[in-house]
Design a protein around this ligand. Sequence first.
Ligand code: NAD
Ligand code: DAU
Length: 336
Amino acid sequence: ALAPRRIIVTGGAGFIGSNFVHWVVENQSEVHVTVLDALTYAGNRENLVGIPEDRLTFVHGDICDAALLEELVPEADAIVHFAAESHNDNSIADPAPFVRTNVEGTFQLLEAARRHGTRFHHISTDEVYGDLALDDPARFTEETPYRPSSPYSSTKASSDMLVRAWHRTYGVDATISNCSNNYGPRQHIEKFIPRQITNILTGARPKLYGDGLNVRDWIHTEDHSSAVWAILTQGVAGETYLIGADGERNNLEVLRSILQRMGRDADDFDWVRDRPGHDRRYAIDSSKLRRELGWRPRHTDFSEGLDETIQWYRDNEDWWRGQKEAVEAKYANQGQ
Ligand code: NAD
Ligand code: DAU
């Protein structure tokens, strides 16, 4: 397939979306990016600073706005859809925006792609597959049945189902990727790794949920970007690709590693209330993506990636400081 020249990136002012936009601008010199982002609490215009003006158009708007999509989509060769409400704990406290953005928003984008014959790549999560037991040698594959646990993951599963149906019934040229836990620069401080780093930087104690033995499969966000580009340009319509970099670690290990790398005692943290419905373990088998599209992750040294991420939060205190107090107040309210 020909590489698209004009792409719409929804959610391009968020964590993974902005990292993807930077990756595309740096690695694909022919491509023009239009970011469509509602700038919710998780979106930040600052995340796109430094991108040359002729490479980027920023549109402040909502993916549920069909009239706006009708203006933007005819100009584009492809839509790469990152926009979502993304945080499990928020979805437990208030699921309504998750249904709206993740389900209704994906529906509106698919309808626009259908009207205009636009290539569509949908960014999803490994959480649609539910969880695995700690002692189960299995990993998720493209054939694993859907079994989402949280309001967040059930809305992402719903959006995946819409994409599959719009491909099969209407022939929308769509692909889906389900990726494991991302880390790296510009991740919102509500998420595990940046929350703990910024707790340490502000003199607060890190907070670990439950028994701390839940396993996440960590991937550097730059490797997610290169995988999405491979699928966008070489993926087969109607197919799903799992993205992961063999990064399984439990939360206790990750937290101790952060503490040690920041010069603290490995036990200098608080055990807090568990997340209701907390998924035990995620693990991705990405052999289809590697075999069929030749993709490989580059950030295979987690300690090095963690050091760079810690350094990014040290260097960019202005980026997160203003939100820290409110984020922690919200958690404290939930006993977390
Ligand atoms: P994020 O919360 O950091 O960013 C989401 C972005 O979407 C923000 O810029 C926000 O302003 C924007 N947005 C929200 N609602 C919108 C709406 N109605 N219209 C337009 N823009 C809207 O999220 P993230 O962690 O970067 O995740 C991005 C995508 O990747 C999501 O689809 C998520 O499900 C998926 N994903 C995330 C991970 C992870 O580890 N964070 C892993 C796999 C998949
Ligand atoms: O697997 C992909 C998913 O990864 C994405 O779809 C989501 O958008 C993304 O937020 C992430 O979901 P998680 O729930 O796994 O990520 P979170 O950073 O919220 O938590 C990671 C683990 O750390 C989880 O087991 C809960 C735990 N945790 C989290 C926080 C915020 C703690 O122990 N303490 C904390 O303070």
